[in-house]
Structures are given as C-alpha cells and as structure tokens.
Design a protein around this ligand. Structure first.
Ligand code: AMP
Length: 286
C-alpha cells in the first residue's frame, strides 16, 4: 500500500491504471476510519483491481460553527485499517493544494442539497459535491463507494453523477451499526459511554416508524413523525431531536400520504446528544 499526497502523482497513477486496463474502486472518506468505512473498502477490494481511499477532512463542507478543527484525526490508525482492508493507495492531499489561493469553482446540486440536512447545514452539500468531483477527477475511478448512513449525500452524489455525465458507477452500501443499533460514525468518539447507549434509541425509533407504516398501516406521515418524536423523548431524555422526515430515497421528496404510496421509503433524522449531532435513517420498501 502506498500513501500519495501530491495531486499530480495520484492522477498519473490513476491514469496508468486505467491505461493498463485496471478497474479502479474509490472510497472518499474524512478518516478516523471505522467498520462502516471498512465495509466500503472491502466491497471495493472484491469488485475492483485497484482500491484507492482518500482521507481528507474537507473544510468547505463545515460551517464556521461546526467541528472542523475538532474532527478526529489519526493517520497512523487509518493507515493500518486501510492496509487490513486491502487498499492499494491512500490519497491524502493537503488543503492548500486542493483549495489553492485562487480557488473559485464550486459544484452545487440545487434543490436536493437544500432539503433535510441542507436546511440546517446550508453550504454543506456544496462542499461535498465540490470535493467529490475534484477527487473523481484525481482518482479517475470506475466505481465509487458511499454509505447509506449518509442517505442524502448518496442521493446528491447520484444526481451530480447523472447531471454532469460523470463516467463512474455509484455503489451505495448498507449502514454498519454497533451491536446496540447505533450507526457507526467517526463522531461517535465525541459521545460518553452513557450517550452511546442512549443514542441507540435513534435506530429503535426508526424501526418503530417502519413497523407503524408496514404493520399498523399508519398512512399519515405526520403521525409517524409524531410517534418517532415521542419514542425518542420517552426513551432518550437527554437527546434533542432536530428533525425527522419521511421521503423517497432518490429525490428526497416528502411523502405526506402513505396510504396509496408504493416504493422506497426513507425515514431520516438528526438529533443532538450534548454538542454532538448524529444522523441516521432507515430505508425500506412499501
Ligand atoms: P466520512 O468519513 O464520514 O465522510 O464517510 C465516508 C464514507 O463512509 C461515506 O460514504 C459514508 O456514508 C460512509 N459511512 C460512514 N459511516 C458509515 C456506516 N456506519 N456504515 C456505512 N457507511 C458509512
């Protein structure tokens, strides 16, 4: 496994791999890797000849009030995890090379970036799509792997790939969870043991919502959202729910009346535990 820091060096390697007929699988990450990232890297290892993982804490997707400076970083730990997952190249550029002093260009997937998370993190997805497109241009992948944990991110990237005719296949992998159901996240490191236990209620609430829709025939999504809120307030008194939404998985359009709805249902939420903001979702078919 090689560590590449220079953009041009990574581009040359990717170009060489392509020209010699190798299929490149690429996993963009912000590091502080966990089993969720590993699942993406292992799937890429299975399906590609060359696996590239990027580790870059992207400043443009954090608002000034968010945790960019505090975001956990441990390169040595990440190095060993990548190695154990069969990664060929870690690409870890420096922010000053990615965003040069005269940097002007941003990619924005309108509408999809403004709903759900976008309401609370207005510039977030513009930062995400910009860095992901730049990383695609540097690593030149055939396949790219994202987690369903960040359902809206996957939807926004899917739309960017389609709208801009980017020649890459997006693969979205299931959310990897702790035994208690809490979605694995680099940010879980901010949580105390008690908070980690309590935060498992989020996924239980999402499962309860799924049950209400599929088994109890709830047909008003307002009632479903109310039930999720109550469930979380009752079982996790130290949480603060920011939003819960019932949408489709592709366009993230609200589903109000579930009665005659057929297709994918995505229930997503964000909640605070102290200063730590967690997101989670459940995706199922009706
Ligand atoms: P991040 O390092 O948080 O930017 O995440 C990098 C990639 O890993 C994104 O595509 C995430 O959706 C994915 N990811 C993060 N957590 C999980 C998880 N628990 N299960 C599956 N994928 C995940």
């Amino acid at each position: 496994m090689k560590v590449i820091k220079e953009i041009k060096a990574m581009q040359d390697i990717s170009e060489f791999c392509r020209r010699t007929g190798k299929k490149i699988g690429f996993i963009p990450t912000m590091g502080f890797l966990h089993e969720g990232h590993c699942a993406l890297m292992i799937k890429a290892r299975d399906e590609s000849d060359i696996v590239i993982t990027s580790i870059f804490v992207n400043p443009t997707q954090f608002s000034p009030k968010e945790d960019f400076n505090d975001y956990p970083r441990d390169f040595l730990r990440d190095y060993h995890i990548c190695q154990s997952c069969g990664v060929d190249y870690i690409f870890c550029p420096q922010a000053k090379d990615i965003y040069t002093k005269d940097y002007y260009t941003y990619v924005d997937v309108n509408s999809l970036s403004e709903t759900l998370e976008g309401k609370y993190r207005p510039e977030h997805f513009k930062g995400v799509t910009t860095i992901v497109l730049k990383l695609f241009n540097i690593t030149k992948p055939h396949f790219t792997y994202f987690g369903q944990k960040d359902a809206q991110q996957a939807a926004v990237i899917r739309k960017m790939i389609k709208d801009l005719n980017i020649d890459v296949t997006l693969k979205v992998c299931e959310t990897v969870r702790e035994k208690n159901g809490l979605a694995k996240s680099s940010r879980n490191t901010y949580l105390s043991e008690e908070q980690r236990e309590e935060a498992s209620v989020l996924y239980k609430a999402l499962n309860e919502a799924k049950r209400l829709i599929l088994e109890e025939d709830y047909d008003d999504s307002k009632e479903v959202k109310k039930a999720v809120k109550n469930f979380i307030e009752t079982n996790s008194p130290n949480s603060s729910l920011q939003y819960v939404a019932v949408t489709d998985n592709l366009n993230l359009e609200k589903i109000s009346n579930l009665k005659d709805y057929e297709g994918d249902i995505l229930i997503s939420l964000a909640a605070y535990y102290g200063k730590t903001r967690l997101i989670d979702n459940i995706l199922f078919e009706k």
